[in-house]
Design a protein around this ligand. Sequence first.
Ligand code: SF4
Ligand code: SF4
Ligand code: FES
Length: 316
Amino acid sequence: MQANLKIQRYDPEVGEEPRYDSHQLDLPEYATVLDALLQIRDDVDGSLAMRASCRSAICGSCSMRINGEARLACKTLIANIVQVEGAEVTIEPMGNMPVVKDLVVDMSMFWDKVQKIQPGLLPKTPEPEREFIVSNDSMLDLATALNCIMCGACVSDCTVLEVDKEFIGPAALAKAYRFSNDPRDNATDLRLDLYSQENYIWSCTRCFQCVQVCPKDVAPMEKIMSLRKQTIEAGHTNNPGTRHTQAFADSIRKTGRLDEIRLTVKAFGITNITAMIQLIPIGWRAFRHKKMPHLLPKSISSIKNVRRIMDKLGNE
Ligand code: SF4
Ligand code: SF4
Ligand code: FES
């Protein structure tokens, strides 16, 4: 099987712009991207920097962007890519994290964010004399979250992190779900309070990218949505995220349309002077480009049907 690998090379210490090196390889059908990279490093260019260890999709160290999407190099068969995406395979370092060299990124930001969610059990006291016994059923729900190998693929491709580095990110929030739903943990309420604050669960835009790229089917976005539901049910509602959700539902019930002006004001709170002042330039730009939402949006003709649907959905 013929494949053409284009590998991004970059050494920030040298100060040159990133470049791409091309390598034409004849590979066996079972070759993974990692096999190809190791072959290049061993036979062609020993200076290629990359991370890998287990070669079995367990250690999480070989995440990189392959044809524009974060994947594990050791789990990605070149034959599958060539078949679906063509013979050219572009390999780049993960996104949203600074490049150390070539395909190696600095994951300090990733670990700092995981640390912020209290990644450890805060057990009930007094601790039992022997081990905690938990039912199989109560751990089943955590099984997918426990599959996380901390590879960073979801963080690499998170669309919110591209524009807002303060967002805690999908991997940390999947971990947050894992601990706040563990029956041995005794700090669920404290955790939910923390996770409902700014830059945590309410910053996700539900783009699905973390679900798409996760090599272990952790589905971080689904965990984030569950945490949102749990925080509301636990009464942690005094935050812009919950108010935004409520205002969104109210607006649809009232007119069948999104009343963007009231939605924004209700989310931040009219008494939040700083937020209101910060919104003025956005409003002005919208006005200048004739994008200002209507001050009093009219109801759509089938509003009764919309309300009937919302009544059926209830709190969902
Ligand atoms: S769904 Fe949310 S957490 Fe996942 S990639 Fe999109 S914005 Fe990021
Ligand atoms: S959630 Fe998935 S993509 Fe994100 S770090 Fe864990 S295993 Fe990797
Ligand atoms: S080398 Fe361990 S996950 Fe790829």
